[in-house]
Design a protein around this ligand. Structure first.
Ligand code: FCB
Length: 441
């Protein structure tokens, strides 16, 4: 019997998030394909068919989502499919996406569509990718083309997914293509991503007046490891400024604040109708001379926190509340565009879901303008440079047979989505270890 109910507003969007390269399979025209062929992925993994959405299995997966009470889905369009070469628009690919998105609406799910989720067409990469300012001039016609093709069904657009993760992993740590470790390139790319976002924002609104567009940033809570230590405090503040604040601040104010200079881009000011927050975890920061590549910040998890299977994510649900609290400073609606954990055995996920949804509700309870929540992810998919080593799905995927197996977490999430609430009864059945913390007494 439910003793307490935490209710969400009417019309709240509940869904899962995916991205083209991670679920479609057979993407051969983008820079990740080159990267894979070069053997840059853990265990030399390849996406292969991935979830075979390009082969049509999106239908069964959208059925799964809809039958589980989800009323929204966040997915991305693969630029390299729509424009495999600079002079060719692939109308069949656009039709395919139109059919998928219609498939969502027919199933009663609101689509949220991302236009750039980490991958670039090979021809863009060859021209220098986001280091080259020209990329923006190519990005805009692509954005226009997609918005024109899909505007009958889509109103919510994410311009660029996690520009902060993309820039850092591709140009500072070298884990994403083009695998650079160069501060000069990083800053150039950050600037061009803001330009790209702003140009896309304006293009979307030109084509579709009533659209709502924003970027999705990855928010990572960062606290000084030694609270009393001035250098740890400084590093945590600095890292958080550069990682969390840089992009949304730029889109809010038109000012790009680098450590040594400020660039003004008036065209970027006010280019956010909503802010997408991707929250997974938070970490501690200590100043360390040994961590030169990380700009002297040693980033690590609290030794007391519960870790995901490969140690990639620490279970820190209160960080979601902090992320939302941080997000409301921009005075625009918020959406949790990603949140989840890799956990093949589904040991922590039910607890992770229950405790994060509880924190989400805390924000709702303060009347913050939070419009939706998208769990990462529906079915296990290809996790970038980590390949198939991490399983984030509500459904398990057997890559060979393409069989999906429902995890228990899918049942919990279904109850939340269907009822638009989190109850103590749900927590008692799926995450009893969290009951006392969430519903004391
Ligand atoms: C985010 C990415 C998403 C997925 C999750 C686990 O940073 O946006 O594509 O890989 O992490």
């Amino acid at each position: 019997m439910a003793r307490a109910r935490l209710k969400f507003p009417r019309g709240f969007l509940w869904g899962t998030a995916t991205s083209s390269h991670q679920v479609e399979g057979q993407n051969t025209h983008n820079d990740w394909h080159t990267w894979q062929e070069e053997g840059q992925i853990q265990n030399d993994d390849k996406p292969g068919l991935a979830c075979d959405w390009w082969g049509g299995r999106w239908k069964e997966d959208f059925d799964r989502a809809a039958e589980s009470g989800q009323n929204a889905h966040r997915m991305s369009i693969e630029w390299s499919r729509v424009q495999p070469t600079p002079d060719r628009w692939d109308e069949d690919a656009l039709d395919h996406y139109r059919e998928m998105i219609r498939g969502l609406t027919i199933r009663g799910m609101t689509p949220v569509v991302t236009l750039h989720h980490f991958t670039n067409p090979k021809w863009i990469a060859k021209k220098g990718g986001w280091e080259n300012r020209e990329t923006i001039q190519h990005f805009v016609p692509y954005v226009e083309k997609v918005v024109e093709a899909l505007s009958d069904y889509v109103k919510h657009w994410c311009t660029i997914n996690e520009p902060n993760v993309y820039a850092t992993l591709a140009y500072l740590f070298g884990d994403f293509p083009p695998g650079k470790q160069d501060l000069g390139s990083l800053f150039k790319v950050m600037t061009n991503l803001v330009r790209g976002h702003a140009a896309a924002y304006h293009a979307i609104h030109r084509v579709q007046k009533e659209s709502r567009a924003g970027m999705a940033v990855n928010y990572r809570g960062m606290a000084p490891a030694r609270k009393w230590h001035p250098l740890d405090q400084f590093m945590a503040w600095f890292q958080s400024k550069m990682y969390n604040d840089f992009f949304p601040n730029a889109a809010h104010s038109g000012r790009l604040t680098f450590p040594y200079k400020i660039i003004r881009l008036p065209e970027a000011k006010g280019t956010q109708d909503f802010l997408g927050i991707n929250y997974y975890t938070q970490e501690l920061i200590s100043f360390s001379l040994q961590h030169r590549q990380e700009l002297f910040a040693h980033r690590h998890f609290d030794p007391h926190s519960k870790l995901s299977t490969t140690g990639f994510i620490a279970h820190e649900p209160q960080g979601l509340f902090q992320a939302l609290k941080w997000g409301i400073q921009y005075g625009i609606p918020l959406m949790v565009t990603e949140n989840g954990i890799e956990d093949p055995e589904d040991e922590i996920r039910p607890q992770y879901i229950a405790e994060h949804i509880y924190q989400l509700w805390q924000g709702i309870n303060y009347n913050w303008p939070i419009k939706g929540y998208f769990h990462w992810t529906l079915v296990d998919n290809f996790e970038w440079e980590r390949g198939w080593s991490q399983r984030f799905g509500l459904w398990d995927l057997d890559l060979e047979s393409q069989a999906r197996t429902r995890r228990k977490s899918a049942d919990l999430y279904q109850e939340i989505c269907r009822t638009n609430e989190l109850t103590s009864g749900m927590v008692e059945s799926y995450a009893p270890q969290s009951l006392e913390r969430l519903f004391p007494g």
